[in-house]
Design a protein around this ligand. Structure first.
Ligand code: G6P
Ligand code: MG
Length: 219
Protein backbone atom coordinates (compact mmCIF):
# COMPACT_ATOMS: atom_id res chain seq x y z
CA UNK A 1 0.00 0.00 0.00
CA UNK A 2 1.30 3.45 -0.87
CA UNK A 3 0.86 5.68 2.15
CA UNK A 4 2.84 8.48 3.76
CA UNK A 5 4.23 6.41 6.66
CA UNK A 6 4.96 2.71 7.02
CA UNK A 7 6.28 2.48 10.58
CA UNK A 8 5.98 3.95 14.06
CA UNK A 9 9.02 4.07 16.35
CA UNK A 10 8.23 4.45 20.05
CA UNK A 11 10.42 5.70 22.82
CA UNK A 12 9.88 3.47 25.87
CA UNK A 13 10.42 5.29 29.20
CA UNK A 14 7.62 7.84 29.59
CA UNK A 15 5.83 6.79 26.39
CA UNK A 16 4.90 3.08 26.51
CA UNK A 17 5.16 2.91 30.30
CA UNK A 18 6.00 5.13 33.25
CA UNK A 19 9.48 3.89 34.04
CA UNK A 20 10.51 7.55 33.87
CA UNK A 21 9.22 7.85 37.45
CA UNK A 22 11.57 5.02 38.52
CA UNK A 23 14.50 6.71 36.77
CA UNK A 24 13.64 9.81 38.80
CA UNK A 25 13.52 7.88 42.09
CA UNK A 26 16.79 6.07 41.29
CA UNK A 27 18.67 9.27 40.49
CA UNK A 28 17.06 11.12 43.41
CA UNK A 29 18.36 8.49 45.84
CA UNK A 30 21.98 8.74 44.63
CA UNK A 31 21.77 12.55 44.44
CA UNK A 32 20.57 12.59 48.06
CA UNK A 33 23.49 10.32 49.05
CA UNK A 34 25.90 12.85 47.48
CA UNK A 35 24.09 15.94 48.82
CA UNK A 36 23.21 17.14 45.33
CA UNK A 37 19.97 19.07 44.74
CA UNK A 38 17.75 17.17 42.30
CA UNK A 39 14.24 17.96 41.17
CA UNK A 40 11.82 17.48 38.26
CA UNK A 41 13.45 20.30 36.27
CA UNK A 42 16.82 18.54 36.33
CA UNK A 43 15.06 15.21 35.77
CA UNK A 44 13.42 16.44 32.58
CA UNK A 45 16.89 17.09 31.13
CA UNK A 46 17.71 13.39 31.65
CA UNK A 47 14.87 12.18 29.43
CA UNK A 48 16.29 10.32 26.44
CA UNK A 49 19.87 10.81 27.63
CA UNK A 50 22.17 7.87 28.40
CA UNK A 51 22.95 6.76 31.96
CA UNK A 52 26.45 8.25 32.11
CA UNK A 53 25.39 11.50 30.44
CA UNK A 54 22.53 11.69 32.94
CA UNK A 55 25.03 11.40 35.79
CA UNK A 56 27.16 14.21 34.32
CA UNK A 57 24.07 16.48 34.22
CA UNK A 58 23.29 15.64 37.87
CA UNK A 59 26.92 16.32 38.86
CA UNK A 60 26.72 19.88 37.49
CA UNK A 61 25.43 20.80 40.99
CA UNK A 62 27.95 18.65 42.90
CA UNK A 63 30.23 20.71 45.12
CA UNK A 64 32.47 18.00 46.62
CA UNK A 65 35.95 16.81 45.63
CA UNK A 66 36.30 15.83 41.93
CA UNK A 67 35.12 12.28 41.27
CA UNK A 68 37.24 9.72 39.44
CA UNK A 69 35.82 7.90 36.43
CA UNK A 70 35.78 4.70 38.52
CA UNK A 71 33.70 6.44 41.22
CA UNK A 72 31.30 7.78 38.56
CA UNK A 73 30.90 4.26 37.18
CA UNK A 74 30.18 3.06 40.70
CA UNK A 75 27.52 5.75 41.27
CA UNK A 76 25.83 4.95 37.93
CA UNK A 77 25.86 1.26 38.83
CA UNK A 78 24.27 1.95 42.23
CA UNK A 79 21.52 3.94 40.51
CA UNK A 80 20.95 1.15 38.02
CA UNK A 81 20.78 -1.52 40.75
CA UNK A 82 18.16 0.50 42.64
CA UNK A 83 16.29 1.18 39.39
CA UNK A 84 16.30 -2.52 38.47
CA UNK A 85 14.77 -3.42 41.84
CA UNK A 86 11.84 -1.13 40.96
CA UNK A 87 11.61 -2.60 37.45
CA UNK A 88 11.54 -6.07 38.98
CA UNK A 89 8.26 -5.18 40.68
CA UNK A 90 6.62 -4.27 37.37
CA UNK A 91 4.09 -6.57 35.75
CA UNK A 92 1.66 -6.53 32.81
CA UNK A 93 -0.63 -4.51 35.11
CA UNK A 94 1.80 -1.61 34.53
CA UNK A 95 0.86 -1.50 30.86
CA UNK A 96 -2.10 0.84 30.43
CA UNK A 97 -4.83 -1.06 28.52
CA UNK A 98 -5.34 1.99 26.28
CA UNK A 99 -1.66 1.84 25.28
CA UNK A 100 -2.01 -1.82 24.35
CA UNK A 101 -5.25 -1.15 22.45
CA UNK A 102 -3.65 1.73 20.52
CA UNK A 103 -0.63 -0.40 19.58
CA UNK A 104 -2.95 -3.18 18.41
CA UNK A 105 -4.96 -0.66 16.37
CA UNK A 106 -1.83 0.60 14.59
CA UNK A 107 -0.62 -2.93 13.97
CA UNK A 108 -4.04 -3.79 12.55
CA UNK A 109 -3.55 -1.01 9.99
CA UNK A 110 -0.44 -2.81 8.73
CA UNK A 111 2.05 -0.39 10.26
CA UNK A 112 5.37 -1.78 11.49
CA UNK A 113 6.10 -1.01 15.14
CA UNK A 114 9.52 -0.58 16.74
CA UNK A 115 11.12 0.64 19.94
CA UNK A 116 13.77 3.38 19.81
CA UNK A 117 15.11 3.83 23.36
CA UNK A 118 18.46 4.95 24.81
CA UNK A 119 17.98 2.44 27.66
CA UNK A 120 20.03 -0.70 28.19
CA UNK A 121 17.10 -2.01 30.24
CA UNK A 122 14.55 -1.74 27.42
CA UNK A 123 14.15 -5.46 26.69
CA UNK A 124 13.88 -6.27 30.41
CA UNK A 125 11.13 -3.65 30.83
CA UNK A 126 9.21 -4.93 27.81
CA UNK A 127 9.32 -8.45 29.26
CA UNK A 128 8.08 -7.19 32.64
CA UNK A 129 5.05 -5.40 31.17
CA UNK A 130 4.12 -8.29 28.88
CA UNK A 131 5.39 -6.81 25.61
CA UNK A 132 8.40 -9.09 25.18
CA UNK A 133 8.37 -10.12 21.52
CA UNK A 134 5.57 -7.68 20.63
CA UNK A 135 7.53 -5.14 18.60
CA UNK A 136 8.84 -5.92 15.13
CA UNK A 137 12.25 -4.50 16.06
CA UNK A 138 13.99 -3.02 19.08
CA UNK A 139 16.74 -0.42 18.82
CA UNK A 140 18.03 0.47 22.28
CA UNK A 141 21.00 1.45 24.43
CA UNK A 142 22.71 -1.85 23.64
CA UNK A 143 23.13 -1.09 19.92
CA UNK A 144 24.09 2.60 19.87
CA UNK A 145 27.20 4.62 20.65
CA UNK A 146 25.50 8.05 20.84
CA UNK A 147 22.26 8.76 22.69
CA UNK A 148 19.50 11.22 21.82
CA UNK A 149 19.50 13.99 20.53
CA UNK A 150 21.74 12.08 18.12
CA UNK A 151 19.47 10.27 15.60
CA UNK A 152 21.43 6.99 15.75
CA UNK A 153 18.88 5.00 17.78
CA UNK A 154 16.03 5.94 15.41
CA UNK A 155 18.06 5.44 12.23
CA UNK A 156 18.98 1.96 13.50
CA UNK A 157 15.32 1.23 14.21
CA UNK A 158 14.41 2.20 10.64
CA UNK A 159 17.29 0.12 9.30
CA UNK A 160 16.23 -2.92 11.37
CA UNK A 161 12.67 -2.52 10.06
CA UNK A 162 13.83 -2.05 6.47
CA UNK A 163 11.84 1.19 6.25
CA UNK A 164 13.12 4.57 4.99
CA UNK A 165 13.49 7.08 7.87
CA UNK A 166 11.20 9.51 6.01
CA UNK A 167 8.45 6.83 6.20
CA UNK A 168 8.70 6.62 10.02
CA UNK A 169 6.78 8.42 12.75
CA UNK A 170 8.50 8.84 16.14
CA UNK A 171 6.67 9.09 19.50
CA UNK A 172 8.66 10.80 22.26
CA UNK A 173 8.33 12.34 25.73
CA UNK A 174 11.85 13.83 25.63
CA UNK A 175 12.78 17.11 23.96
CA UNK A 176 16.12 15.42 23.13
CA UNK A 177 14.13 12.57 21.56
CA UNK A 178 12.11 14.92 19.37
CA UNK A 179 15.38 16.54 18.26
CA UNK A 180 16.71 13.06 17.44
CA UNK A 181 13.60 12.29 15.40
CA UNK A 182 13.92 15.55 13.47
CA UNK A 183 17.62 14.83 12.82
CA UNK A 184 16.64 11.37 11.56
CA UNK A 185 14.21 12.97 9.08
CA UNK A 186 11.14 11.42 10.73
CA UNK A 187 7.70 12.86 11.55
CA UNK A 188 7.71 13.61 15.29
CA UNK A 189 4.88 13.23 17.80
CA UNK A 190 5.36 14.61 21.32
CA UNK A 191 3.75 13.44 24.56
CA UNK A 192 4.32 14.40 28.19
CA UNK A 193 7.22 16.76 28.85
CA UNK A 194 8.12 17.15 25.15
CA UNK A 195 4.53 18.19 24.37
CA UNK A 196 4.51 20.54 27.39
CA UNK A 197 7.64 22.20 25.98
CA UNK A 198 5.96 22.75 22.61
CA UNK A 199 8.14 20.25 20.71
CA UNK A 200 7.02 17.89 17.93
CA UNK A 201 5.14 18.10 14.62
CA UNK A 202 2.05 16.83 16.51
CA UNK A 203 1.24 16.62 20.23
CA UNK A 204 -0.65 14.00 22.21
CA UNK A 205 -2.74 14.65 25.32
CA UNK A 206 -2.93 10.89 25.91
CA UNK A 207 -1.28 7.95 24.18
CA UNK A 208 -4.65 6.88 22.73
CA UNK A 209 -4.78 10.17 20.77
CA UNK A 210 -2.13 8.62 18.52
CA UNK A 211 -4.78 6.67 16.60
CA UNK A 212 -6.38 9.93 15.42
CA UNK A 213 -3.00 11.48 14.59
CA UNK A 214 -2.16 8.50 12.38
CA UNK A 215 -5.57 8.71 10.73
CA UNK A 216 -4.99 12.41 10.05
CA UNK A 217 -1.63 11.48 8.51
CA UNK A 218 -3.39 9.14 6.11
CA UNK A 219 -2.35 5.89 7.75
C1 G6P B 1 15.96 6.49 28.49
C2 G6P B 1 15.53 7.41 29.59
C3 G6P B 1 16.72 8.11 30.21
C4 G6P B 1 17.76 7.07 30.63
C5 G6P B 1 18.20 6.27 29.43
C6 G6P B 1 19.20 5.18 29.78
O1 G6P B 1 16.32 7.26 27.39
O2 G6P B 1 14.64 8.40 29.12
O3 G6P B 1 16.28 8.84 31.33
O4 G6P B 1 18.88 7.70 31.23
O5 G6P B 1 17.06 5.66 28.85
O6 G6P B 1 18.54 4.22 30.54
P1 G6P B 1 19.23 2.98 31.27
O7 G6P B 1 18.07 2.10 31.62
O8 G6P B 1 20.17 2.35 30.28
O9 G6P B 1 19.96 3.52 32.44
MG1 MG C 1 11.35 8.77 27.23
Amino acid sequence: MNRPYDAVVFDLDGVICHTDKYHYLGWKSVADDLGIPFDETVNNRLRGVSRMESLEIILEKYEGEPLSDARKDEIATIKNVRYRVMLGDMSPADLDPSVRATLDDLRGRGLKLAIGSSSKNAKFILERIGLGGYFDEISDGTNISRSKPDPEVFLKAAQFLGVEPAKCVVIEDAVAGIEAGVAAGMYTVAIGDAADQGAGDAKLGTFADLSQVMTDLGC
